[in-house]
Write a protein that binds this ligand. Sequence first.
Ligand code: NAD
Length: 511
Amino acid sequence: QKREMANEQIDGDNSGHFIRSQYQEKLALFDQEFMNGQSTSNLSMSSTVTQQTKTFEIETDKRIPKLGVMLVGLGGNNGATFVAGILANKLKMDWETKNGTMSANFFGSFTQSGTVHAGYKFNSKSNILEDVHLPVKDLLPMVDPCQFMISGWDISQANLYESCLRAKVLEPDLLKQLKGELESIKPLPAAFRGDFIASNQADRADNVINGTNIEIITKLREDIRLMKSQCDKVVVLWTANTEMYMLPEIDTMDKLHMMVSKNHELPASVLYCMAAIEERVLYLNGSPQNTFHKAIVEYARQKGSFIAGSDFKSGQTRYKTIMSDFLIGSGIRLSSVVSYNHLGNNDGKNLSEDKCFQSKKISKGGVLDDAIKSNKILYPEGKDKIDHDVIIRYIPFVGDSKRAIDEYSSQIFMNGINTIMSYNMCEDSLLAVPLMIDMVILGELFTRMRVNGEGLGPVLSYLSFFFKAPITNHSDYVINSYTRQRESLVNFLKVAAGLPLDSGTMMAFKY
Ligand code: NAD
């Protein structure tokens, strides 16, 4: 099915406005009978594998829109830190701390502070090739985060200065300087379905829209339309409380529309997501709940809208998918992974109720599945499990400074046991906000791209790099590996920019 782009800006072809590139993908295609991952002593490659070549035309609209970013959970720790952090960068602020004067930066953001290996140049002095690295943000035309227009919803009516104080993430001297700007930002009244989040959140809810499902979706659509009228394009990002899973999943569009019209109790996230889909704006899900029911994905497809998620992969899980790349990639059998977290922010408070914790546990639980599948020597049938558990506790004293303690036990040569422990202490929101910036910037860029004449989506799975439980357009094919996620994202950006991919063989250095 051909998809229309959800971006009015690129209607009407004007070839000067596009970057066009062609990419020939070569895949090794094995016979269907080939036993995946099994060791084969006498592998006759020529009879079992052929090379499949496919050509892709990639088109990117160069015009950078004025972008409106609407956060669900604007007054939360992530929301408030997102607003204040971007403002501090925009105003190039400095502030005093006990460790000296600090300046605003975008460290931790892949697009703003990351680089990619783009190729080589010849160094005539040493007579050898040397590496060329390019900033990710220079590969293709991307929105500058300092130009975001930001608004959003929260069930708490606190203004953004009060929210920043409540979050206890940023330094007082910085907040004092931003006080006027932050006080002027107030969250819009929110869609609220208290049964789906922890009951301990009820005392925050003093800023909610009352009404039926249809009335709430209509109001959210009006909010999005108002934002649209002030800029070229809007992205909605859920960074509100983790909701409990909604089961059974909504599997058909008929059921979805029936539940909306008959005013069934639906999670707030489904209402926001439907409003975004109906307004054809990208909806990103930073929390673990199962907002993207089968019917929602289908609805996005039908409307030509875009979605991506779920659950920011910011700390412990990101590290886990790097550790498993390292261990299993080295031929070591990772056999148990035990993760303890404690945190004292409002997210931790919400997760202290079991129904919300279960969503987090599910989201954190599947991250090793593709690593296990990748190696049948270490994980043959019947022995294809890693003992993996995740424990989360709410400890108010530590605030947003989350502690993550992980133990990785592996079987090594001759059944020796190798145990590695890691201890990570960090302000959770300072890890999450750069990812939020990246997914907005890259997500917006992907809505300006076409492959072989079709828009990407409805699921923007190249954003998987930023999510713990990525959803894709092919639900059976999900990559969690940090290395593979990064490689596919970087390679896609590179080919769209017209750069040849690195073969990585280093053959150029042979002579
Ligand atoms: P938070 O509790 O500080 O912020 C959530 C905000 O959402 C609160 O201000 C709350 O009032 C608001 N809210 C609740 N329901 C709402 C609704 N229906 N509509 C609008 N606003 C609503 O939490 P946080 O630390 O900012 O984290 C936000 C989310 O991101 C959580 O679900 C968390 O699990 C997820 N997450 C965070 C990280 C990270 O911070 N590193 C990583 C992965 C996932």
